[in-house]
Design a protein around this ligand. Structure first.
Ligand SMILES: [Zn+2]
Length: 442
């Protein structure tokens, strides 16, 4: 593999003791081999003068299969959004439309500086998402959505419990640890409303046995919480915990509506929370108590959720929105810029159990690195506060180049592993056919 030298940038290492270093970043054999030296030589040089060089963003809650649904499910609360739009559209997916959706999503993520994601797909065709992740060079932990219950669930999404587990295990065996560890599998039961007690408890056990993550939604919306409490007699997070769905290997997306006992479970079990501020606002779900979670030592990382409820897949938007919301609740001192940036990088890596491999610029780590130009009008001046410029001013279009696992996947805004023109035209064609199949557009 060619060695790569990123020259002349300002390195934001995410190291608490030595966060900002100037000098070059050398990458050899897909790993970071020196930081802040000058005078090194390499096969490929990338000029980073005037740029920040930092670890790629890690998003911990996404749905690549929903990228094609962008703009097709606006202005609805969660349960209507699911039943009237998202489930019918997921049920109408074909292998080709899932592939177009995942390509569109991964391309958007890379162009915005996200290099790794935890993603929940739909019930069918998850193999297509794995292929797209493999071919694009993106890093992801992917799970097939599991749904074996629910009155309003379309037939194509309603599975038998055994089949759901069988297909999940088959995908796990085919893909977990593939591409030199760049691809992982997670169990992805959708949420308590659409999964039986039996499915959830078997997933809890299997995830422990197989050493993989569980990725699910929890306590996003008040109606959802009331439904779970009526059906089980337990608060949502208490119910999931009682089935073995808590712990360091579990990612709960949202956690907007929690009581004191649920906070205690998250803290004591070190269960991870994926905060999706834009999605929570757009679906009118509420504002999660992120400041309290962080004060209590709960692991919080960030995700855009899907294009059907955001409608961007953009970490700059999520960092900024999270910070602004917490400042409204707790005053302007809440969540300073360096804390947002750490949550968007190292925090995400740690939540996925990948902190030994990615999430900071450290010798020996995998080279997931982004180069962000900070001399555009909207991010100038930034001489005194580089991190402030990144969190509050920068935009996806400022990301110049992206490396994942030491491979250059975007150079000077050009995607090298994906065909941007073909992605846009395939997405347009596949989305209009899908909306027709779903009965949403004639
Ligand atoms: Zn979601």
């Amino acid at each position: 593999m060619a060695s790569i030298l990123i020259k002349g940038g300002t390195l934001l290492t995410m190291d608490e003791h030595n966060p900002i270093v100037s000098g070059d970043l050398l990458i050899r054999d897909s790993r970071i081999s020196s930081i802040g030296q000058t005078g090194e030589t390499a096969d490929i040089n990338i000029d980073a003068a005037g740029c920040a060089v930092l670890p790629g963003f890690v998003q911990t809650h996404l749905h690549l299969c929903q990228t094609l649904f962008r703009g097709a499910a606006d202005d609805l609360p969660l349960l209507d959004w699911l039943k009237k739009r998202v489930w019918p559209m997921e049920a109408a997916h074909t292998a080709e439309s899932v592939r177009a959706s995942a390509r569109l999503g991964v391309a958007e993520l890379i162009k915005g500086g996200t290099t790794c994601a935890l993603t929940m797909e739909t019930v069918n065709h998850t193999g297509e998402v794995f292929k797209v992740v493999d071919e694009s060079g993106f890093r992801a932990i992917v799970g097939k959505c599991m749904m074996d219950k629910g009155d309003d669930v379309p037939r194509a999404l309603h599975e038998e419990t055994d089949n759901s587990i069988k297909e999940s295990l088959s995908l796990l065996e085919s893909w977990h640890g593939k591409a030199d560890g760049r691809i992982g599998y997670c169990f992805a039961p959708r949420f308590a409303l659409s999964c039986t007690h039996e499915l959830l408890s078997r997933v809890g056990q299997l995830a422990q046995e197989r050493g993989v993550m569980v990725h699910t939604h929890a306590s996003e919306n008040k109606d959802e919480c009331a439904w779970v409490e009526n059906a089980t007699g337990l608060r949502n997070v208490v119910y999931l915990d009682s089935l073995g769905l808590s712990g360091r290997h579990v990612m709960l997306a949202h956690c907007v509506h929690l009581d004191a006992a649920e906070f205690e479970i998250l803290r004591n079990t070190q269960t991870n929370v994926a905060h999706c501020p834009s999605s929570n606002l757009k679906l009118g779900s509420g504002i999660a108590q992120i400041t309290r979670m962080l004060e209590e030592g709960i692991s919080v990382s960030l995700g855009a959720d899907g294009a059907a409820c955001n409608n961007r897949l953009d970490m700059f938007t999520e960092m900024r929105t999270m910070a602004l919301l917490q400042k409204v609740l707790h005053g302007p001192e809440a969540i300073p810029a360096h804390q947002s940036l750490r949550m968007a990088t190292y925090g995400g890596a740690k939540a996925l159990g990948l902190e030994q491999q990615i999430g900071s610029l450290e010798i020996g780590k995998r080279a997931d690195v982004i180069i962000v130009k900070l001399d555009s009008l909207h991010s100038t001046p930034h001489a005194s506060e580089l991190i402030s410029a990144l969190v509050y001013s920068a935009q996806t279009s400022d990301v110049r180049s992206v490396l994942i696992d030491g491979e250059i996947v975007m150079k000077d805004r050009n995607l090298l592993t994906l065909d941007e023109g073909a992605i846009v035209s395939d997405a347009g064609r596949e989305s209009s056919a899908l909306l027709t199949r779903a009965g949403i557009k004639p």
